[in-house]
Design a protein around this ligand. Structure first.
Ligand code: G3P
Ligand code: CA
Length: 286
């Protein structure tokens, strides 16, 4: 097992998002209370170039944008039915800061905001590591925006390239983005996310070794580990960590609980870390 992971790690997925609205400071703080080793941020870019922490490319699922800016949508015709979308990248940071990001989850969280990456860092710094995901780089590339460059600048500006109290692990589904980070930030860990439908990307020791040329870990969907448990040993042999996703109390499938499911992955399949919505259910051996 890579020496960087001498014990199993808990990555709080969108914070403690089973219990608080995802990607709010309340969710991050609860993840810290629940002893997360790392707190995840999904990064998006505002119209004026600020990195904010939100999962979707658009604002309507997790904020009240449709009520505050009813006319500012674009039509998304890529699905079976046309859908109105309020793209993060069409709004300035000042506009996004007017939105409520909490009440959709529970009225008690009314007033929660979409955090900037800087606010997320300031909340977690010194208490846990950060685990930012560079999402949808192709969408931003088409708009002339380099998320990887904004990310590198943000780590520098926030002093995270030299902060032993706050480890950073970058993640992306996009190999090109991680290859660029390997050049720009060789000392920062880089994890390659793999969708369940992309098992072909990791289905041999040779492919895993090639990934090891530009990544320091793989994060396969948990279905890949179940279908191909050898992926864990191949990754470890190549010096890569393995961090499957996502473990949720709301869907622990055939397992009696999400805690038992995580136990099976950590101590049965031998993965190094897990992304979970339920940090309080992380099975510790201590
Ligand atoms: O980043 C790991 C996992 O979070 C990937 O899925 O859609 O929740 O970002 P998603
Ligand atoms: Ca993510």
């Amino acid at each position: 097992v890579p020496s960087s992971l001498s014990r199993k790690h808990l990555v709080a997925h969108r914070g403690a998002c089973a219990y608080a609205p995802e990607h709010t400071l309340a969710s991050y703080r609860l993840a810290l209370e629940q002893r997360a080793d790392f707190v995840e941020q999904d990064l998006a870019v505002t119209r004026d170039g600020a990195l904010v922490s939100i999962h979707d490319l658009s604002l309507e699922r997790t904020t009240n944008v449709a009520a505050v800016f009813p006319d500012r949508f674009v039509m998304d015709t890529t699905g079976a039915e046309p859908v109105r979308r309020w793209l993060v990248n069409d709004f300035t940071l000042e506009e996004i800061r007017q939105l409520d990001a909490g009440a959709w989850f529970d009225p008690s969280f009314l007033g929660a905001r979409v955090p900037t990456f800087r606010e997320a860092i300031d909340t977690v710094r010194g208490k846990a590591g950060i685990y930012p995901e560079l999402k949808d780089p192709e969408f931003y590339r088409q708009r002339g925006i380099r998320v990887d460059q904004l990310f590198v600048e943000a780590l520098r500006a926030n002093g995270l390239l030299d902060d032993p109290e706050t480890p950073v692990i970058a993640q992306s589904f996009d190999a090109q983005t991680l290859k660029q980070l390997a050049i720009d930030l060789p000392a920062v860990a880089r994890v390659f996310l793999v969708e369940p439908t992309d098992i072909v990307l990791v289905d041999s020791p040779e492919k895993i070794r090639e990934i090891g040329a530009w990544a320091t870990g793989v994060a396969p969907n948990k279905a890949i580990v179940e279908r191909l448990p050898d992926v864990v040993g191949w990754a470890h042999a190549a010096g890569l960590t393995v961090t499957p996703w996502t473990f949720r109390g709301s869907d622990h499938r055939g397992y009696p609980s999400v805690r038992v499911e995580m136990e099976k992955f950590l101590y049965g399949y031998g993965v190094d870390a897990v992304f979970t919505d339920n940090p309080d259910q992380f099975p510790r051996q201590e």
